[in-house]
Design a protein around this ligand. Structure first.
Ligand code: COA
Length: 321
C-alpha cells in the first residue's frame, strides 16, 4: 500500500513586500538580498491568520482530491508559528473544515516540518488505521522575526500549503529519509517563554529567530544531497529517474549547490523563493501546489521532495505522482 498525494492547495497573504520596500526601513538593499539569496520579495501577513490561510489551502486540496470534510481521518499540521500555543493549528483546522471524524495534531520540525508530517502520514497509512489524511505546512514567521536584525528578517515569508494523501495501490511514496541532530540546534533558534511563576520569575522578554547563517548554509549543502540519495536508494531509483526536485526554498545558492552535487541540471529544480522567501514548513507544499496547478506534474512522474532546517532536521521523500 502506498501513500499518494491526490490534491494540493496553497495561499499566501495579500501583502507583497519587495527588497526595495525593506531597504526603506532598514540598512539593506535589493542587490545584497538578491545576490546572497535569490529572494526578490515575500508575502507578509498583515490581517490574515495562519488558520485562515491553512483553511483555504486545505479546501483547494480537498476539492482536487474530491474529498468531503467527514472523510478525513487525520489532520497533521507542520508549523512552528500556529496562531495559538494550543489549541493546535490542526485542531483549529478540524473545527473550521468540519472534519468531525479526524484525529488532529501538530508537528514541529521547523523547515523540515512538512516532510516529517508527510512521513508520519505515510506511516499511519501503512498501518491501515487511516486512509485519508490532510497534511498541512504553514507559517506566519514574520511575527517571530527580529525586524532589527537584517541578517535574518529579510529571508523569510508567510503562507500555507496543504495536500490530501490517500492509500493507493499504484502510485505514491516510494522511499523516504529523515533525521535530526539536536547537538547543532543553536544554529537556528527561537526560545519560548521564560519560566514565570510565583516561585521563579524571569524578566518577560520575547525571543526572536536567531541564526548562524554560515553554519546553516554548510549543513544544508552537505545534508540535503545525502538525504535525497538515501530516499532514492530506498525507492530503488537514481537521480536520472527523477523528473523534478522540489526543495525547501531557503536560498537559491543552496539549491544550486545541491543540484551541482547531485549532478542534475537546475531546470529540474522549480523555485518560488524569488517571490516568497523562505516559508519554513510552508515552502515545499506551496511550491508543490504551484507546479501542480501549472500542469508540470503528470501521472507516474517520479519527484523528490526535500527539506532542512531548525532542530537541526532534514528529510526527503521520493514519490510517483
Ligand atoms: N543587508 C545588507 N547587509 C547585510 C544583511 C542585509 N540584509 N545581512 C547581513 N549583512 C551584512 C553583514 O552585517 C556582514 O557585514 P560585515 O562584513 O560588515 O560584518 C555582511 O553582510 C556579510 O554577512 P554574512 O553573514 O557573512 O553573509 P553571508 O554571505 O554568510 O550571507 C546568509 C548570509 C544568511 C544569506 C547566508 O549565510 C545564508 O543563506 N545562510 C543559510 C541561511 C538559511 O538558509 N537559513 C534557513 C534555513 S531553513
Amino acid at each position: 500500500m502506498k501513500t499518494r498525494i491526490c490534491g494540493t492547495g496553497s495561499l499566501l497573504p495579500e501583502q507583497t513586500v519587495t527588497n526595495d520596500d525593506l531597504s526603506k526601513i532598514m540598512d539593506t538593499s535589493d542587490e545584497w538580498i538578491k545576490t546572497r539569496t535569490g529572494i526578490r520579495a515575500r508575502h507578509l501577513a498583515t490581517k490574515e491568520t495562519l488558520t485562515g490561510l491553512a483553511v483555504e489551502a486545505s479546501k483547494q486540496a480537498m476539492d482536487e482530491a474530491g474529498i468531503l470534510p467527514e472523510q478525513i481521518d487525520m489532520i497533521l499540521a507542520a508549523t512552528l508559528s500556529a496562531d495559538n500555543i494550543f489549541p493546535s493549528l490542526s485542531c483549529e483546522l478540524q473545527r473550521e473544515l468540519g472534519a468531525v471524524n479526524a484525529t488532529a495534531f501538530d508537528i514541529n520540525a521547523a523547515c523540515s516540518g512538512f516532510l516529517f508530517a508527510l512521513h508520519t502520514a505515510d506511516a499511519y497509512i501503512k498501518t491501515g488505521r487511516y486512509k485519508t489524511i490532510l497534511v498541512v505546512g504553514g507559517e506566519i514567521l514574520s511575527k517571530m522575526l527580529d525586524w532589527n536584525d537584517r541578517s535574518t528578517c529579510v529571508l523569510f515569508g508567510d503562507g500555507a500549503g496543504a495536500v490530501i494523501v490517500k492509500a493507493d495501490e499504484e502510485c505514491g511514496i516510494l522511499g523516504i529519509s529523515q533525521g535530526s541532530d539536536g547537538a547543532l540546534g543553536e544554529a537556528l533558534l527561537c526560545e519560548n517563554r521564560q519560566i514565570n511563576n510565583p516561585f521563579a520569575s524571569n524578566p518577560v522578554e520575547l525571543s526572536y529567530t536567531k541564526m548562524n547563517g554560515q553554519a546553516v548554509y554548510k549543513f544544508a549543502v552537505r545534508t540535503v544531497p545525502k538525504t535525497i540519495h538515501e530516499a532514492l536508494k530506498e525507492a530503488g531509483l537514481t537521480v536520472e529517474d527523477i523528473q523534478l526536485f522540489v526543495l525547501h526554498q531557503a536560498n537559491i545558492r543552496i539549491i544550486e549547490s545541491v543540484a551541482k552535487r547531485l549532478k542534475v541540471p537546475m531546470d529540474k529544480f522549480p523555485t518560488n523563493l524569488q517571490d516568497c522567501g523562505n516559508i519554513s514548513a510552508g515552502s515545499v507544499p506551496i511550491l508543490l501546489d504551484e507546479i501542480n496547478r501549472k500542469g508540470m506534474l503528470h501521472k507516474g512522474d517520479k519527484i523528490v521532495l526535500a527539506g532542512f532546517g531548525g532542530g537541526l532536521t532534514w528529510g526527503a521523500a521520493v514519490l510517483s505522482w
